[in-house]
Design a protein around this ligand. Sequence first.
Ligand code: NAD
Ligand code: LMR
Length: 340
Amino acid sequence: MKPSMMRSACQLLRRRSYSSTSGQPERKVAILGAAGGIGQPLALLMKLNPLVSSLSLYDIAGTPGVAADISHINTPALAKGFMGEDQLKEALEGSDVVIIPAGVPRKPGMTRDDLFNINAGIVKNLAIAIAKYCPNALVNMISNPVNSTVPIAAEVFKKAGTYDEKRLFGVTTLDVVRAKTFYAGKANVPVTDVNVPVVGGHAGITILPLFSQATPATNALSHEDIKALTKRTQDGGTEVVEAKAGKGSATLSMAYAGAVFADACLKGLNGVPDIVECSYVQSTVTELPFFASKVKLGKNGVEEVLGLGELSDFEKEGLENLKGELKSSIEKGIKFANEN
Ligand code: NAD
Ligand code: LMR
């Protein structure tokens, strides 16, 4: 069966019901890696999200406890725990959004790419299960190295005949969250008013914040300030890894960022207009097949991948500098998916 026919068949098989209390569509969100450092606070935030009616918490260990705990919170989302591969089918079936923070985090001195050997296999197996049990779900990939794990999932979905580029997202929201915080602090503007697009990928120099497009605009920042803000945003993950001194990487800020992005996906699915977030998606914005930029979200996931807008000379240089590393991370993911 052609991928498009398979998708419509699956769509026909699914009944969309609406909550009798809120009138919102019933939405199931699954978190894979739900007992981890990100998974637990993310599960909490999704339990608090009024758009979620069913919350599926999957991990290889620990989910009965997390689910029992979360399920006592008096919000509408029905939380259920699933543990081990034989429960993965039930965990995934009927999911509208699948969030993946499964895998190992960095320790000081490691790059995100150093996680590839372990996380690539984890992500590949989870993607195989998603293709089988919920091929229509929007997939929010958090597991690092995101620059490679997203292409891995894409290849798995292609092989399974379920790939829809509109439904696969690398979560780069934490880069945006950091850029907003650091900009607000330096420019001395209220952080809740700030917006900063971050493009490229999610590792080191592939993270390219576009402070020239930051709002509210300010001329209080020198070129040196912008350079320092850019470097701090690019090194934000490492700053946390070093501060945690061997006890993992960003979990709380990532859970917040993951919840913001999942909420945007749910709003898009529900037909809320003008939902725009930065995300690492299949793209024609540059010559690279995957690239993070502003994305408009809609009823089918990506509605439009937005362009980069006008860049400063410094940003143009950053863009050229990141392409080599991003290209090889993408190729590494594709190769792994096809050879393993
Ligand atoms: P963690 O070790 O605390 O939690 C990971 C969880 O994944 C654990 O509970 C583990 O049991 C589970 N897991 C392992 N294999 C699994 C499998 N096959 N199926 C389901 N669950 C599985 O790590 P963490 O701090 O939560 O980080 C998770 C990942 O997120 C890491 O790869 C990290 O680098 C990444 N991360 C990404 C971003 C981002 O911005 N995209 C930010 C922070 C961390
Ligand atoms: C982050 O940006 O915090 C994550 O990618 C985790 C890491 O390893 O830095």
